[in-house]
Write a protein that binds this ligand. Structure first.
Ligand SMILES: Nc1ncnc2c1ncn2[C@@H]1O[C@H](COP(=O)(O)OP(=O)(O)OP(=O)(O)O)[C@@H](O)[C@H]1O
Ligand SMILES: [Mg+2]
Length: 450
């Protein structure tokens, strides 16, 4: 049967040049989601793929698109939508690297970057557009310098997030986008957590989609060691400092992501850990896009070993050096837990996740355990060591809080929100104030969810 063997990329229908590109990136053997979804996609079917975090879903859609594009190259050929800006950059990067021999033109359309430059790039007929829905919808509303009438592929990465009505609601923007796409196209939906939103998803993928879900008892990966620490709220930060101290003492090459629930908490923890001289950097939605991008790049390059982030970083990010995920707050939804801890133990590597659990979060842990079909194990800690640093940590935290209060951090948040609402032109003058009031109160709710 020639040079191709069962179970490699050529036998799935990829051309030699693409197989070679994969090899160069150390992608030799298809993962199950790739092996199962790619043939269906290459046959022209719609596809919904649900596979665990870090299992290669990105290449499962990038490779077939590049294959088809090379057979008939034009722009705009493919549109990828994704919930966060950093994820858009990461997906575009995969297209760029794998599609290099094609001279692939890709273009990234996300908020926080210059609209005029983006409009120009869109009018230049890029092969692939990777976008967050809000900004792409803005372009559609404001200009007619580009057409998506001929796209062949629409991909929704993290599809369940795009279609659920969360704090950022994408559904209005999606409507605007779907309006300008041709009905005849291939639609693909991917996520590690598709099944909860299956019905909504089916309405987007129209042509009897090929549905594939990785069969497994658990919803998290085997290579992940999942732990918890039971702690009173007041001792949480001392545990955090202790954990980081231990990890950095024992391992040179480890990176750590710490998830927390609000932008403000993210900012305070970053300031606090820096007081303890830990190389810490943050990522949250109140930062300017350029800053977010720069911070993430420094974390990826291990210039900073510790990233403190809100759930804006929970999904999709692929950073091989991340060995540890710490949940500074217990996620309220099992789904968010699954994505957060999935930032480590990717592509067959090992990893640890540690969730800090207060007495008020125990029911949350139970529902997480039930969903993932795995019991979290207690993480052993020398409590004496933690108590030794308790006062110092809490005093430092308080100092950081005071420092932050003297800046305009809260105020900036409100100004940003107001600007956003007005920019979006979604609210009339009357509605405006009440929406702002809503967002203020939800901000305070978010601050103390228990
Ligand atoms: N066949 C393969 N062999 C080895 N590594 C692979 C293969 N396919 C993809 N990878 C690598 O695995 C890593 C994880 O892939 P990817 O980011 O696509 O995961 P994912 O399934 O999208 O996860 P998530 O649900 O977190 O978004 C990437 O670094 C990617 O380059
Ligand atoms: Mg992904």
């Amino acid at each position: 049967r020639g040079k191709s063997e069962m179970g490699d990329f050529s036998s799935l229908g990829l051309s030699d040049w693409l197989v070679k590109q994969c090899k160069q990136l150390g992608i030799n053997k298809p993962t199950p989601v790739q092996e199962n979804c790619m043939p269906a996609i290459l046959q022209g079917r719609d596809c919904m793929g649900c596979a665990k975090t870090g299992s290669g879903k990105t290449a499962a859609f990038v490779l077939p698109v590049l294959q088809k594009l090379s057979e008939d190259p034009y722009g705009i050929f493919c549109l990828v939508l994704t919930p966060t800006r950093s994820l858009a950059y990461q997906i575009a990067e995969q297209f760029r690297v794998l599609g290099k021999p094609l001279g692939l033109k890709e273009c990234i359309i996300v908020g926080g970057m210059d609209m005029v430059t983006q409009a120009l790039e869109l009018s230049n007929q890029p092969h692939v557009v990777v976008a967050t829905p809000g900004r792409l919808a803005d372009h559609i509303r404001s200009s007619n310098t580009f057409s998506m009438k001929r796209i062949q592929f629409l991909i929704l990465d993290e599809a369940d997030r795009l279609l659920e009505q969360g704090c950022t609601d994408f559904t209005k923007d999606l409507e605007v986008i779907l309006e300008i796409l041709p009905a005849k196209r291939q639609t693909m939906l991917f996520s590690a957590t598709l099944t909860d939103t299956l019905q909504e998803l089916k309405s987007i993928a129209m042509n009897e989609p090929f549905f594939w879900e990785s069969k497994s008892e658990t919803r998290t990966v085997e290579e992940l060691d999942q732990r918890y620490i039971l702690t009173p709220e007041k001792v949480k930060d001392a545990y955090l400092v202790h954990l980081i101290q231990t990890f950095t003492d024992e391992h040179d090459d480890w990176s750590i992501i710490i998830f927390t629930n609000t932008c403000k908490s993210c900012q305070i923890l970053t300031m606090m850990l820096r007081e303890f001289n830990f190389p810490t950097i943050s990522l949250h939605s109140m930062m300017k896009q350029k800053q977010r991008f720069a911070n993430l790049a420094k974390f990826k390059a291990s210039v900073y070993k510790i990233l403190i982030a809100t759930d804006v970083a929970a999904r999709g990010l692929d950073i091989p050096t991340v060995q540890v995920v710490i949940n500074h707050n217990t996620p309220g939804l099992p789904k968010i837990y699954i994505h957060r801890v999935g930032r480590t133990a990717r592509a067959g590597r090992n990893g640890v996740s540690i969730t800090l659990v207060t007495q008020y979060d125990i029911h949350l842990i139970h529902s997480i355990e039930e969903q993932i079909q795995t019991k979290l194990k207690e993480y052993p800690v020398e409590e004496k060591e933690v108590l030794k640093i308790l006062t110092q940590v809490n005093v430092t935290r308080r100092e950081c809080e005071i420092k932050l209060e003297s800046t305009d951090f809260d105020e900036k948040k409100e100004i940003n929100k107001r600007k956003q609402l007005i920019l979006e032109g979604k609210v009339s003058a009357g509605e405006r104030q009440s929406k702002i009031n809503d967002s203020v109160s939800s901000f305070y709710r978010a601050k103390s969810p228990w």
